[in-house]
Design a protein around this ligand. Structure first.
Ligand code: NOJ
Length: 506
């Protein structure tokens, strides 16, 4: 197998909390993943990306890491992880872990020490700033989870920066010790056998050291924006590549929130030795009203012409310059049949149509758990949601700023909130969909008696079997790996058509 194994691979993302619980505590675990390796092999995927399983207070479901070297007991042990990787390898499946290196949890030893004083080993591991003369935050930067991106710490009499929750302080990548500490973590897991990394908001690691205010067109107190692709981003990522990715042959896919296709060339151009691929967010915004103060909660019907334009803009602009990561669903995105299709009368048709569009493109397709059986959004009420992004933004937009009504917020949540994809995996129509024998950590989608793996596999309209075929094609058909992609009928609202051509095959 070449070192570019990911070029004709399909990668399956697991959100461990919601995949399969084997010890009855209501939370999915590593043994649960291990137990389903035969299922995953049957689907045909080549690699797993496992969302964070490290020690964490779970403020943001593991994207707040307290100890990078320790598996959270809720998921199992380091030994279980080693076993899982080795069992996966025995199945011919590679394992990619999640590297959350923009921030840690405030419960990490690094942060606890950093908080204590301005002159210890960890003092400069995070981004600390003095208050302005009137005591206010250093600038107007807003957290993605609502409110200011700065929180005051009495002990140091300074503010620390956090692009996400206040329990998720941002690391100071300007400090070489921080960078080396992260590279060490990557080597540590390499020693456990890991094959690559999905890198959480990796384009946010470099901060503009002038810390300028963000543009503020709506006159808000705190503004989210202009916080990605900082001045030293390429330098840091290249360094990481040279320190760990290249020497240990590890694959990389970076999450790149504000990425545009042309600029991304410089991140994924193989000769620059940075990343193998990135996840853009651009195509995920086709159902968002542009420029609204309510951000992603300002929804509109999906603009399919725009979706086609964006996907093909990436196909065209990365051709000969880099490789695409292809996805519609993940743990931050809603279920496609509910979001852009019709999850009632045409659930199978919606699931398979979007799958065809995605898996026919050039790049590496990612499948998110449950996508392969056409799982849908649950129609939850406000009290059912638990995601920190949703609860904090509800507080900000509905209760404090009153820019959106509770009714409209709920409508948007049912379409696009992250929790839509985080309900437990639906294995069968038995107790808790076969996910747990205990009390599930999160509410199940009530449709599990009719939408589940067992049922799908025995159905004449099986989404799983359709995925199996798409994945097989990816492995056997050169056109899919190498061929050029050309969009047909770009302005047609109803038809998504394109060709792939390689040598004399089309
Ligand atoms: C992106 C992750 O995918 C998301 O789940 C998380 O909340 C943020 N980064 C912060 O880590």
């Amino acid at each position: 197998m070449t070192q570019e194994w990911w070029k004709n691979a399909v990668i399956y993302q697991i959100y461990p909390k919601s995949f399969l619980d084997t010890n009855g505590d209501g939370v999915g675990d590593l043994n649960g993943i291990d137990r389903k390796l035969d299922y995953l092999k049957k689907l045909g995927i080549d690699a797993l990306w496992i969302s964070p399983v490290y020690l964490s207070p779970q403020i943001d479901n593991g994207y707040d890491i307290a100890d990078y070297r320790k598996i959270d007991p809720m998921f199992g042990s380091n030994t279980d992880m080693k076993k899982l990787i080795s069992d996966a390898h025995n199945h011919g499946i590679k394992v990619i872990m999640d590297l959350v290196a923009n921030h840690t949890s405030d419960q990490s030893l690094w942060f606890k020490e950093s908080q204590k004083s301005r002159d210890n080993y960890f003092s400069d591991f995070y981004i600390w700033k003095d208050p302005q003369k009137d005591g206010s935050e250093p600038n107007n930067w807003g957290s993605n989870f609502g409110g200011s991106a700065w929180t005051y710490c009495e002990e140091r009499q300074q503010y620390y920066l956090h692009y996400y929750g206040k329990q998720q302080p941002d690391l100071n990548w300007e400090n070489p010790k921080v960078r080396q500490a992260i590279y060490d973590v990557m080597r540590y897991w390499k020693a456990h056998g890991v094959d690559g990394w999905r890198m959480d908001v990796i384009t946010s690691i470099s901060k503009n050291q002038d810390f300028p205010n963000n543009d503020n067109p709506h006159g808000l107190k705190y503004v989210v924006g202009n916080q990605n692709n900082g001045p030293r981003m390429h330098e840091f990522i290249h360094e990481m590549n040279q320190e760990v990715l290249e020497p240990f042959h590890m694959m990389s896919v970076g999450e790149a929130p504000d990425s545009k296709s042309k600029d991304t060339r410089s991140l994924v151009d193989p000769t620059r030795k940075e990343l193998n691929m990135v996840f853009t967010f651009e195509h995920m915004h086709v159902d968002r009203k542009p420029g609204s103060v309510n951000g992603r909660w300002a929804i509109q019907p999906a603009n399919i012409v725009e979706l086609k334009r964006i996907l093909f803009d990436w196909q065209k602009n990365l051709e000969g310059h880099g490789w695409n990561a292809l996805y519609f669903e993940n743990h931050d995105r809603a279920r496609t049949p509910s979001r852009w299709g019709n999850d009632k009368e045409y659930r199978y048709e919606s699931a398979t149509a979007f799958a065809t569009v995605l898996h026919g493109l050039k790049g590496t397709p990612f499948v998110y758990q449950g996508e392969e059986i056409g799982m849908t959004n649950p129609e939850f009420n406000l009290d059912d949601y638990e995601d920190i992004e949703l609860t904090t933004n509800y507080k900000k937009l509905v209760e404090n700023e009153k820019t959106i009504s509770s009714k409209d917020f709920l409508k948007a949540a049912r379409k696009i909130s992250r929790d839509n994809a985080r309900t437990p995996m639906q294995w069968n129509d038995k107790l808790n969909a076969g996910f747990t024998s205990g009390k599930p950590w999160f509410k199940l989608n009530p449709n599990y008696p009719s939408v589940n793996v067992d049922k799908d596999l025995s159905s004449s309209k099986s989404v799983f079997k359709y995925y199996q075929k798409l994945i097989r094609l990816r492995h056997t058909n050169d056109i899919l790996e190498f061929g050029d992609a050309k969009l047909l009928m770009p302005d047609d609202k109803d038809i998504f058509a394109y060709t792939r051509q390689y040598k004399n095959q089309k």
